[in-house]
Design a protein around this ligand. Structure first.
Ligand code: FAD
Length: 404
């Protein structure tokens, strides 16, 4: 539908991800969803597809593509299932972009490069049992021990935790300083005292893995500290600007999937002697899906455009994430309505769409948190000190002027 002047390369990428996902992922998803099974081949297949480092420069093992391309890949993956796009969100959006923005050259070579090449799977551990929306409630602590840090604590609801190789986690290094006392650490599977677990019987995103990270006296050297001590909160929020972008872009795939399933069913299903597609109340639901798809897509395209230019996009990305995910939930809900009782069974995918949509409304900032962000910007309670974004823009698309 919306093209918005995509380049030939971007069109090629979207088509390639669409075809690959239809062949390699789509056949397994319904059964994996029913069984609550994460296929360990998911990440290696994404690596084969070439998207695990899609927006990073080639010198860091990436494909050197832009942020619109990242969004298009997310949309196509989520058209098949939210679990696939969630892997991209944590690996590329939250962890990879975090190391790309804040890492030293040595850290980018050591941690980002194997992640971008698809040799290592990266995840992002911020949430804790007593700290979700309110990050300051975190209890994980990194105690200074000479030149090292010793981490103790627990992270929960971490996508991909049980399959991760490289774990970006956040801990207090000085609790009294509150937000300015948090720091970010890159942990690696195999470190002594580090373990992970899976959460089973989830409501949605059942073809994905989500779990927890346990740190018991995990000793790391300063080479594992991302950014400076005390920059952890700032780093976490900038990572969320990128993770939320991938969620927003993915949500348009879910809206499109609901729309396609609904159109197909509405043309086939007859009541009172004609296809239900001919009833205006059914058409209203289809029309809402179309409107929601276009609005959500325009919002993430704008955020991607800002990212390509290297401009700050916290407000725009938050808006795209909120509107995209809640629209995906509404689209899936209407898709079930259109399918009637069949929508309430595993025979059709729309029930899975609704369960998956609820997950993305919650993670990376609940709908309420995004409403607060939008209101705070509108009321001028919140200001971005920097108009430039720490995420490097895409070569050739950055601009020296930051006015908009
Ligand atoms: C499938 C899934 C995958 C996830 N993956 C990750 C991951 O990879 N990494 C990670 O770190 N976390 C992850 N999370 C955690 C997720 O980010 C948190 O669940 C989310 O931020 C909300 O936190 P909470 O669950 O603690 O809810 P709470 O913060 O306890 O909120 C509970 C309710 O209160 C509302 N609320 C809270 N504060 C306010 C306020 N100030 N004003 C109005 N309403 C408010 C919320 O909107 C919500 O409705 C994942 C969660 C899910 C479900």
């Amino acid at each position: 539908m919306i093209d918005f002047e995509l380049t030939e390369e971007q069109k090629w990428l979207a088509e390639n991800v669409r075809k690959f996902s239809a062949k390699e992922f789509a056949p397994r998803i319904p059964e994996d969803d029913i069984k609550g099974h994460y296929d360990p081949e998911t990440f290696p297949k994404l690596a084969k597809l070439g998207v695990t480092g899609i927006c990073f420069p080639e010198k860091y093992g990436g494909a050197g593509m832009d942020y619109i391309s990242l969004g298009l890949a997310c949309e196509e993956l989520e058209y098949v299932d939210t679990a696939l796009r969630t892997v991209m969100s944590v690996h590329v959006g939250l962890n990879g972009c975090g190391i790309y923005q804040w890492g030293t050259e040595e850290q980018k070579q050591r941690f980002l490069k194997p992640m971008a090449k698809g040799e290592k799977f990266g995840v992002f551990g911020l949430t804790e049992p007593d700290a979700g929306s309110d990050v300051s409630g975190m209890k994980t602590y990194a105690k200074k021990d000479g030149a090292n840090y010793i981490l103790n604590g627990q992270k929960i609801w971490i996508s991909g935790a049980d399959y991760a190789d490289t774990l970006l986690v956040f801990a207090y290094t000085n609790k009294e300083k509150k937000h300015e006392g948090m720091s970010a650490f890159i942990l690696e599977r195999g470190m002594q005292g580090l373990s992970t677990f899976s959460i089973h019987n989830k409501f949605g995103i059942r073809a994905g893995n989500v779990g927890g990270i346990v740190m018991q006296d995990v000793k790391v050297s300063k080479e594992h500290l991302l950014g400076e001590e005390g920059e952890g909160f700032k780093i976490a929020m900038s990572c969320l600007d990128n993770g939320r972008y991938t969620v927003a872009a993915g949500s348009t795939g879910l809206i499109r999937a609901s729309l396609d399933a609904s159109m197909k069913y509405a043309k086939q299903r007859k009541t009172f002697g004609k296809p239900i597609a001919e009833y205006q109340l059914v058409q209203e639901m289809i029309a809402k899906m179309v409107a929601n798809y276009d609005s959500a897509k325009l919002l993430w395209l704008r955020a991607g455009w800002l990212k390509n230019k290297g401009l700050r996009n916290t407000r725009e990305t938050s808006l795209a994430k909120w509107i995209g995910t809640t629209s995906a939930f509404d689209a899936a809900n209407d898709a079930i309505e259109i399918h009637g009782a069949y929508g309430y069974s595993d025979e059709y995918p729309v029930g899975r769409f609704l369960r998956n949509a609820k997950g993305e409304v919650i993670y990376e900032g609940t709908a309420e948190i995004h409403k607060l962000i939008q209101a705070e910007y509108a009321l001028e309670f919140r200001h971005d000190k920097e108009l430039r974004c720490k995420l490097p823009g895409h070569p050739g698309m950055t601009e020296s002027s930051v006015s908009r």
